[in-house]
Design a protein. Structure first.
Length: 80
């Protein structure tokens, strides 16, 4: 299993991060906001835990969506 992680940067708006968490990780606004604040304060936050292929797909979806919206938000996966 792999953790999908968001990494903090100084440019991506907090609201955009919340939208990404809701759109790609099926989180409610409250939970998405909690994770966004963790990313903001601690530099990294766990979006979810998935099998390798699902995690890789989610990482690519987030990167692509962020790039389309001209934000440098980074998403990575890490084996548990």
């Amino acid at each position: 299993m792999f953790k999908v992680l968001l990494l903090n940067d100084d440019y991506t708006p907090m609201d955009f991060v919340v939208v990404v968490l809701q759109k790609f990780f099926a989180l409610g606004r409250e939970k998405a906001t909690q994770i966004m604040l963790k990313v903001h304060r601690e530099g990294i936050g766990v979006c979810g835990v998935y099998p390798r292929d699902v995690a890789a797909t989610k990482v690519e979806q987030v990167k692509s969506y962020s790039k389309q919206h001209q934000h440098p938000l980074q998403c990575v996966m890490e084996e548990m």
